[in-house]
Ligand binder design. Structure first.
Ligand code: CMP
Length: 138
């Protein structure tokens, strides 16, 4: 079993569609083994996305990520990282495949509804960023 870190982003919490996103996650065979709703501070969002700090979109991305609460969650499955990236769809919803979370719900590349870890190393760092062991219940 593998674990990945998911964030249901402000564009989704503000539209009250976290349950619809979770339904797609569970229907794909991913188990939500930890979950909480948070209001990120700018400092927290900047630390989480530190690898993007030199990108042109960094400031607007941080503004978007702190514009409303997020739901952070740990998803578990065989090949959870790749499976979640498949059902999320492309980062840019304009080119995401039919049936993916982003094709179904995302509004733009900034308001793209979900984040998922991109590697085992990122998953470990991102899970440890938000969760302690006592909060993870398979
Ligand atoms: P995410 O998977 O959370 O990782 C970084 C985020 O930056 C990405 O999703 C997008 O929401 C956001 N972003 C904004 N503009 C861009 C861009 N041009 N390329 C990639 N990501 C972008």
């Amino acid at each position: 079993m593998e674990r990945t870190l998911s964030i249901i982003k402000p564009d989704a919490t503000s539209r009250n569609i976290t349950g619809k996103v979770n339904a797609m996650i569970e229907e794909a065979g991913l188990r939500i083994v930890a979950q909480k709703r948070l209001q990120l501070t700018a400092a927290q969002a900047e630390e989480f996305y530190a690898e993007h700090k030199d990108k042109a979109f960094f400031t607007s991305m941080i503004e978007q990520m702190i514009s409303a609460p997020v739901v952070v969650q740990i998803l578990e499955a065989d090949n959870a990282i790749a499976l979640y990236r498949k059902i999320m769809g492309a980062t840019n919803p304009a080119i995401a495949e039919e049936g993916t979370i982003r094709k179904t719900f995302a509004l733009s590349i900034d308001k793209n509804t979900v984040h998922g870890s991109d590697s085992p190393e990122s998953a470990k760092r991102e899970i440890n960023f938000f969760f302690s062991n006592i909060e993870i219940v398979g």
